[in-house]
Design a protein around this ligand. Structure first.
Ligand SMILES: Cc1cc2nc3c(=O)[nH]c(=O)nc-3n(C[C@H](O)[C@H](O)[C@H](O)COP(=O)(O)OP(=O)(O)OC[C@H]3O[C@@H](n4cnc5c(N)ncnc54)[C@H](O)[C@@H]3O)c2cc1C
Length: 462
């Protein structure tokens, strides 16, 4: 740090309630870490905010000193935007309060909270936020600003469809409310446009009643029948009521206790599901999945909602190297299935998942352009979640993911902004329709004309 900067930092610290960390400070290396181990960036300064005034001070400090800004919510995004080299990391991870209003069935949650924080507090009252993801250490902030889907979003909508309002610190250091009544253009933009327009210090959501247990589970299908199973699945899930969500994950079998030992590490098609109804009817709906092709095993029953929401955490812990390539897929045609099976056969790491969630339902019934989230009617997502441990495997794993992605491009129709890597502006545009993109640019021009918030899937104000 140069002498002048040191003086400025001391001045900044004087009005900052949280910790200000500099390279060499005790917690600096821990706090700059994010979920994706591919990123080892070193901010010049980390502002660990404990409240809205800290966020406001940090934004003003960054703007006045012309610093590159990275905002860390849960730090989960595979693109690595939560941390920058040089510049300032505005870290929200100490801001995790959740206040549930059980009578109104609403909640207010801080911008740095994790999905697990929200799940535990809402379940105390038999509630949940729809669209709140499937891994409990994901951040509410990044997830919501990109859209947010989960096990019950087919029934109850995306996270943004349940958002009532948000408190936002804008680039000019103002604290504003974004809701249907206040700053509606900003409210529209933050529902799908990511962190482009400001830092959300708190979100207010509508909740839905759920649990405490849900009929849910996993059926593990033999990979030899992958094509036949996928042909069945693509039709069957589209015939199901919105209360039932069944997805596919193609991967090497983890050492799940209900699988014979010989299956561990073998390529399989996992079919996880959640049914929001009584057990008997759930069992009837699962039966065709069981019968479609041969299974290696299954674990099905009434599971606590909170437990189910964190049941997959262990497979995607922090620290591994990750590279995501994704599309929305307009149909799982035979050709598309052939490409999936072909690339699964050459998977370069045991931890890779090809995640194929079914998206249709309540989100598709929201009229286009109500929010900035586009491609609401596309039935499936194909997420190539490439994950490995050693830097020496980088080239092999990246090449596999890129080739797979290219081979499935003919079946693509847009992309979910939260599943993008650092792929350039043209790819960010693919997350939106032209009409939505043009409108996002206008909102960006109004709220962040100098592009202070650009460590994200960036919408330039031009
Ligand atoms: C293992 C795993 C599972 C996932 N599962 C799902 C899923 O089921 N459903 C789903 O919809 N998505 C899922 N995602 C994607 C997830 O929604 C995105 O990665 C999301 O960006 C994570 O948010 P975060 O706050 O943890 O990330 P961060 O990396 O902290 O932030 C992501 C982006 O959002 C910005 N940001 C974060 N918080 C704020 C805030 N409060 N105000 C302003 N900007 C902010 C950051 O600056 C950054 O640009 C998953 C991701 C992973 C890694």
């Amino acid at each position: 740090m140069k002498q002048l900067e040191r003086v400025k930092i001391d001045e900044f610290k004087a009005h900052f309630r949280g910790d200000v960390l500099l390279p060499g400070d005790a917690d600096y290396d821990d706090v700059r870490k994010i979920w994706n181990g591919m990123f080892d960036r070193r901010p010049a300064i980390i502002a660990r905010c404990v409240g809205t005034s800290d966020v406001l001070n940090a934004v003003n400090f960054a703007r006045v000193n012309n610093l590159l800004v990275a905002v860390k919510g849960g730090g989960h995004n595979s693109a690595g935007n939560a941390v920058c080299d040089d510049g300032i990391m505005i870290d929200l991870s100490l801001m995790r309060r959740v206040n549930v209003h059980p009578k109104k069935k609403t909640l207010r949650v801080d911008g740095g909270a994790l999905l697990g924080d929200m799940d535990y507090e809402t379940q105390l009252h038999g509630l949940a936020v729809s669209g709140g993801g499937i891994v409990s250490h994901t951040g509410v902030g990044g997830l919501t600003l990109g859209g947010g889907f989960g096990w019950i979003s087919r029934k109850h909508g995306l996270a943004i469809d349940n958002l009532i309002s948000a408190e936002v610190v804008t680039a000019d250091g103002k604290l504003v409310t974004a809701s249907a009544d206040e700053n509606p253009d900003l409210f529209w933009g933050i529902r799908g446009g990511g962190g482009n327009f400001g830092i959300v210090t708190s979100f207010e959501f509508n909740c839905v009643a759920i649990g405490p247990e849900v009929y849910s589970g996993l059926i593990v299908k033999k990979f030899e029948d992958a094509k036949a199973y996928m042909q069945f699945h693509r039709e069957y899930v589209r015939s199901l009521p919105d209360d039932m969500t069944a997805w596919m994950v193609v991967r090497h079998a983890p050492p799940l206790p209900f699988l014979p030992k010989g299956v561990h590490g073998k390529m399989v098609v996992v079919v996880p599901f959640v049914w929001l109804g009584d057990e008997a009817r759930g069992a009837q709906l699962v039966q065709p999945i069981r019968e479609a092709t041969t299974s290696h095993g299954e674990a099905i029953g009434m599971n606590p909602w909170v437990g189910w929401q964190s049941g997959f955490d262990g497979l995607v812990e922090h620290g591994a190297r990750n590279y995501w390539k994704s599309h929305h897929v307009k149909e799982l045609s035979d050709d598309c299935i052939d490409r999936i099976v072909e690339f699964a056969e050459t998977m370069p790491s045991d931890e890779i998942e090809v995640f194929i969630p079914h998206m249709e339902g309540a989100p598709s019934r929201v009229p286009d352009n109500t929010t900035a989230f586009a491609h609401r009617k596309t039935p499936f997502v194909l997420n190539i979640h490439t994950r490995w441990r050693n830097a020496s495997d980088d080239e092999r794993c990246l090449a596999w993911a890129r080739d797979f992605h290219r081979a499935t491009e003919p079946f693509a129709q847009g992309v979910y902004v939260n599943f993008l890597s650092d792929e350039g502006e043209d790819r960010v545009k693919e997350a939106y329709t032209q009409e939505v993109w043009d409108r996002l640019v206008q909102v960006k021009k109004k709220y962040d004309p100098n592009n202070l918030f650009r460590m994200n899937q960036n919408i330039k104000p031009v």
